[in-house]
Design a binder for this molecule. Structure first.
Ligand SMILES: [Zn+2]
Length: 396
């Protein structure tokens, strides 16, 4: 230790012991990564997080070296910034370690694996790496500090898979970037900040609108169907919250996104089924918005919808869903298999376009909408799950 006054030495000692403690935390976080099993999950995250932890460890060591040279005020400030960054990183690692353990215990009933596969299928069609896996949570949400997408516990069903894709939108939006000279700009971040300047809660609302447009773009009709039939609560249809625009508004945005897709004519029947289901449940709850699914979006939603659609068209053009014809064929086969209790159905032809899981989810919704009988939902979901697990070659 260098010389100096006793007070300086005390400050140096304090700073050093805090930095040492932080380095010990970084080391502990790194060893906990090694506990993530199975290997397939660990491989998704390990390299990225090891690099990130290594970078922070280096910063901490540099800070430690600066203690005896620099003014302590600056070191305290830098240490504060480093600790704040690490808090987010530690939260992410804890969520992944916990999530992997719950998955290993079977608490997710296999839904996290299905959600991973669906997200992988979509992310593969973008240039944004995800580098994570889904974990269970009390509700679906995407924590801004992490890439961890939570799947709702207890897992209600196969039918909720599309919601994980909405959460993926929360991650992808801020990741979109374009080169601007030597640096890169994140256009969605820019939109978020200008929305926040208008009203603080607009930041969250715009995030939701973007994720709804994104999920509709990459999933096709099954996202809006999930919202209208299973997720949005008609009792709250008119209620904005601090974080989410009212479900009526979001349904209007989702409908507009479907109408704006290249397959608007193909989607006509199923889109009407979606709008009708939402209108009848909100009509019964006394919360209908009276727009009959065709009204003009009010501001600021109209501008946000246009801006989100433009960003998605520019940055995610190849991720869009265009497997509807496959889904319709698959739906016929699923219906026939259901009617005849068929145990084996070759649908390998539907798997060729990198949209296999999306095709299965949309097909299952088509069959569900035709509503054979009360227990059909469960049978179809079971068949669809097996179809995904089998790689598209059979319905058991
Ligand atoms: Zn959301």
């Amino acid at each position: 230790m260098s010389g100096g006054t006793p007070a300086k030495r005390t400050t140096e000692g304090l700073l050093r012991s805090r930095i040492d403690a932080l380095i010990a935390q970084i080391d502990a976080a790194q060893s906990s990564l090694a506990s993530i099993e199975p290997e397939e999950l660990r491989e998704r995250i390990e390299i990225r997080l090891r690099i990130e932890l290594g970078r922070r460890r280096k910063e901490a060591r540099e800070l430690s070296a600066a203690v005896s040279d620099g003014p302590p005020g600056q070191v305290w400030t830098d240490l504060f910034v480093l600790q704040t960054d690490l808090t987010g990183l530690f939260e992410e690692i804890l969520a992944l370690v916990e999530g992997a353990a719950l998955r290993a215990a079977g608490a997710d009933e296999g839904y996290c694996g299905l959600a991973d596969a669906l997200i992988d299928e979509i992310v593969k069609k973008t240039d944004v790496p995800w580098g994570a896996f889904t974990v269970l949570g009390s509700r679906e949400f995407y924590a801004r500090s992490t890439r961890v997408i939570r799947v709702r516990y207890p897992g209600r069903s196969f039918w909720e898979l599309p919601v994980a894709v909405h959460e993926l939108g929360h991650f992808l939006g801020p990741e979109l970037k374009r080169a601007d000279g030597a640096r890169s700009v994140h256009p969605f971040e820019g939109l978020l900040e200008s929305a926040r300047a208008d009203e603080p809660h607009y930041w969250s609302w715009l995030h939701e609108i973007f994720s709804d447009v994104f999920a509709t773009h990459v999933l096709g009709p099954c996202y809006g169907l999930t919202c209208a039939f299973d997720r949005f609560d008609p009792v709250e249809a008119r209620d904005d919250s601090a974080t989410h625009p009212a479900p009526n508004t979001r349904m209007a945005v989702i409908t507009a996104a479907l109408d704006g897709s290249g397959a608007v004519e193909d989607y006509a029947w199923v889109r009407d089924a979606m709008v009708t289901a939402w209108q009848s449940s909100t009509g019964e709850a006394g919360t209908a918005d009276g727009r009959d699914g065709r009204g003009v979006l009010p501001e600021p939603f109209s501008s946000w919808f246009a801006a989100s659609s433009d960003l998605i068209a520019e940055f995610l053009p190849t991720a869009g869903y265009d497997g509807w014809l496959h889904a319709m064929l698959l739906a016929h086969r699923l219906t026939a298999a259901d009617a005849s209790h068929n145990t084996s159905l070759d649908v390998s032809g539907d798997s060729s376009d990198g949209q296999r899981i999306r095709n299965v989810v949309n097909a299952a919704w088509l069959v569900r909408l035709r509503g054979v009988d009360d227990s059909a939902d469960r049978r179809i979901a079971r068949q669809a799950r097996r179809l995904i697990a089998s790689g598209g070659s059979e319905v058991a």
